[in-house]
Design a protein around this ligand. Structure first.
Ligand SMILES: Nc1ncnc2c1ncn2[C@@H]1O[C@H](COP(=O)(O)OP(=O)(O)OP(=O)(O)O)[C@@H](O)[C@H]1O
Ligand SMILES: N[C@@H](CCO)C(=O)O
Length: 320
């Protein structure tokens, strides 16, 4: 369960009193997620998500996320609104943390998506990319390629996570540093569109959530992150061809990738696998023992990295 910070009931009642959302009925910690503290907040006015921003979200970035979600909502993307209080403020403070009350969206986060659901997710990502093209905001990708070396250093001794991991990471960082593209189409991307950040009812996408890694980067890298997180077996050893081609086909129904982007996909996918391997390894070592959080296993992302390193990786990344 991801609850790093507890919320005092009196503080919560005082916060909610600034909004036109009624009074608090209940507030329960949400089991999913590892980054922020999330609560399901029920008031006499309805159901909301209360998010307290933790380690990886900088308070100064919150206005960017509020603007981005507003822009995407106006373009018809299924993203949750950040609720504003009577004074027009979306960003608050509670328990010493920056916090937002967010619209609750219906839908279920999948753990084992079908090909049809992968196609829908790919199309939703593509539609989001179209919608964001004229968004004027920008944010450096603090989890992008330029930062992976410092994430690795901050993690500490990677061999304590998996024997031999340090050498694998060092070699991969050197490989990617030499080859990472510089001039592919870029705009604000989600950068973390895992299945748990997409709400679905059947084969329909009802919500895209958790934009707190959104940043300016290659759109094809966003597709690579989505491929890495939607199309593999739980242990990361096998990429499911039907899911992968459906995801790519769904994305292609919205966005025509250039030949350069298609050629770069295997490399971008290696980067995506490394990014999540590194942050999971960091959290494996550093998650406080008393946090109500289930750490995510880094090993399946090492397996994905190996798969994307293979000579036939481009075959996994083709639209069927
Ligand atoms: N707007 C929303 N509507 C409905 N449910 C939501 C909403 N936002 C979050 N949730 C629920 O809360 C869970 C955790 O939210 P979120 O993914 O934002 O947390 P996180 O700690 O940032 O996670 P991650 O580990 O994916 O970065 C989601 O899986 C979902 O079940
Ligand atoms: N989606 C990420 C957590 C956010 O960095 C993971 O599953 O590792």
């Amino acid at each position: 369960m991801a609850v790093y910070t507890a919320v005092d009931p009196d503080d919560l009642a005082a916060l909610v009193a600034h909004y036109d959302i009624g009074t608090v009925l209940s507030c329960k910690g949400i089991a999913e997620g590892v980054e922020n503290s999330n609560f399901l907040l029920e008031t006499t006015g309805g159901r909301f998500i209360l998010t307290l921003y933790e380690k990886r979200v900088q308070e100064g970035d919150l206005p960017f996320f509020v603007d981005l979600l507003g822009h995407l909502a106006r373009q018809g993307c299924p993203v949750p609104a950040m609720i504003r209080d009577r004074g027009g403020r979306a960003i608050q403070q509670i328990s010493g943390r920056p916090a937002c009350i967010i619209q609750f969206l219906a839908g279920i986060s999948l753990t084992h998506p079908t090909p049809a659901q992968c196609a829908a997710a790919g199309a939703a990502l593509g539609a989001m990319h179209k919608a964001v093209e004229d968004f004027s905001g920008a944010r450096e990708n603090s989890m992008g390629c330029a930062h992976w070396r410092s994430v690795a250093t901050a993690a500490g001794d990677l061999d304590t996570v998996l024997p031999g991991l340090q050498a694998i990471v060092d070699a991969e960082l050197a490989f990617l540093d030499d080859r990472w593209p510089t001039d592919l189409p870029r705009h604000v991307i989600h950068a973390d569109l895992f299945p748990d950040n997409v709400l679905m009812l059947g084969d329909r996408v009802t919500g895209l959530i958790d934009f707190y890694f959104a940043a300016t980067d290659f759109r094809a890298y966003d597709l690579a992150v989505t491929h890495a997180s939607w199309t593999f077996s739980d242990d990361g050893r096998t990429c499911d061809g039907a899911r992968a081609s459906a995801l790519m086909r769904g994305y292609a129904s919205e966005i025509d990738l250039s030949a350069d982007e298609v050629a770069a996909l295997p490399l971008l996918a290696r980067g995506a696998a490394l990014r999540f391997l590194l942050t999971r390894a960091h959290d494996w070592i550093h998650t406080p023992a008393d946090a109500l959080v289930t750490r995510k296993d880094p090993a399946p992302f090492l397996e994905r990295l190996r798969r994307y390193q293979a000579a036939d990786a481009a075959d996994l990344l083709r639209a069927g």
